[in-house]
Design a binder for this molecule. Structure first.
Ligand SMILES: *Cc1c(COP(=O)(O)O)cnc(C)c1O
Length: 409
């Protein structure tokens, strides 16, 4: 089965209640039982069933199963937002004194979160580029996880999942990959060695910008050393499933970061068209990137350019697809603002992965908490515009950006 067929006919796409083609929206907080004994059995995981939506919900479970199948995971756990997914994925396995290694080229919100975690005694060591060589310079006996983004937002830096996973596994730590900007249409990080995959499902998976949510997929392939990963004390009996079980029955459940049933329903509808949207979006992005690159005074970053330093990784990690995001530099903040204000179809909005083309000036929005040095290490400059390309007709998009830039001269 190929990608688009799997989205509609995969093993996890079941006929739902009454033969419905989509799961019903179980927009309830609680489920009732015929007897106290039956309720007890569900609570103690001796019988299947649902008790309370923070713990499990049929609409959410249906979405989790579809994502899990697409990513080739052991279990997927749906969260209230992408940030909630990242927070819970890390807290599930870390204790005070543990360290994270990541690069500066990741999502600004995640860097803000890692700063919050410092107050809990969880330290992050940053490298400029998440490569085995640079990781080796900060790796130490307290390192417990390597965290990367498959296509960095907004650095567009591509993670060499195979090389970094192999370094991580040689050193007995897992690799967590935020694959939000790539989606399973472009790549399945677990098949390349990642242990845990995260998505902000708010973005491409939902696709229409109508719900904030996130998801964690555990491969259950990582061999936890239960002496080293103190977070799993008491979970040794579950072996490779320790991560999923602690997350599901402890951290995620207790911290209350569940996905809303309506969001799961909307995401399920979005997911069914992920393939055709991504095909259109990434083809548009490539054409727009080339069109803008021809304009004098504009420097475009798009990983699929033939002369891009990471072009080989686009082929080896992303199946030759450059993704749906591009960034370009225009010379100054004033010029960037004038261009942003002149766009007719591309809308000025935070977020990405929408059917609509979205533009933002990251330096004064997403990166407002960062210093100039930190910003530049993340690939954000004071004249940079990020474009999340949508499904509009490409000629209209090229015309829109060209007029906004040209009128400038
Ligand atoms: C948007 C985003 C997030 C955060 O997701 P929310 O759903 O907004 O909480 C995390 N990682 C990346 C790469 C993102 O683009």
């Amino acid at each position: 089965m190929e990608f688009n067929t799997r989205l509609l006919h995969g093993d996890s796409v079941k006929p739902y209640a009454d033969g419905a083609t989509l799961p019903q929206i179980s927009q309830v907080s609680a489920f009732q039982y015929n007897s106290a004994e039956q309720q007890e059995a569900v609570f103690q995981h001796r019988a299947t069933g649902f008790a309370y939506t923070r713990v499990a919900n049929p609409t959410v479970a249906a979405f989790e199963q579809r994502i899990n199948e697409l990513e080739g995971g052991n279990a997927a756990i749906a969260c209230s937002s992408g940030m909630s997914a990242i927070t819970l994925a890390l807290l599930n396995m870390l204790c005070t004194g543990d360290e994270i290694i990541t690069s500066r080229g990741i999502y600004g919100g995640t860097i803000d979160l890692l700063e919050d975690l410092e107050k809990f005694g969880i330290t992050t060591r940053y490298v400029d580029h998440l490569t085995p060589e640079e990781i080796a310079q900060v790796y130490n006996e307290r390192t417990r996880v390597i965290f990367g983004e498959l296509i960095g937002n907004p650095s567009l830096e591509i993670l060499n999942v195979k090389a970094v996973a192999s370094y991580a596994h040689d050193h007995g730590v897992p690799l967590i990959v935020d694959a939000t900007t790539a989606t399973p249409y472009i790549a399945r990080p677990i098949s390349m060695g990642a242990d845990i995959v995260i998505h902000s499902t708010t973005k491409y998976i939902n696709g229409s910008g109508n719900a904030v949510s996130g998801i964690i997929v555990d491969s259950a392939k990582f061999k936890w050393d239960f002496e080293k990963f103190r977070a799993f004390s008491g979970y040794k009996k579950y072996g490779p499933y320790a991560y999923t079980i602690r997350l599901r029955t402890d951290i995620w459940e207790n911290m209350g970061g569940c996905m809303a049933p309506v969001s799961a329903y909307l995401n399920t509808i979005g997911l069914e068209t992920l393939g055709i949207r991504m095909e259109r979006i990434t083809s548009n992005a490539e054409k727009l990137a080339y069109a803008l690159r021809g304009i004098e005074g504009i420097t475009v970053n798009y990983p699929k350019f033939d002369d891009h330093p990471q072009r080989a990784l686009v082929d080896s990690e992303l199946g030759g697809n450059g993704g749906g995001i591009l960034t370009f530099r225009v010379g100054s903040k004033e010029k960037a603002y004038r261009i942003l204000n002149r766009l007719k179809y591309a809308i000025r909005a935070t977020s990405l992965g929408d059917v609509r083309t979205l533009v933002i000036y990251p330096a004064s929005t997403l990166y407002v908490r960062r210093t100039k040095e930190e910003m530049e290490a993340s690939g954000v400059y004071d004249d940079l515009i990020r474009v999340s390309v949508g499904i509009e007709d490409i000629n209209d998009l090229i015309e829109d950006f060209t007029q906004a830039i040209r009128d400038e001269e």
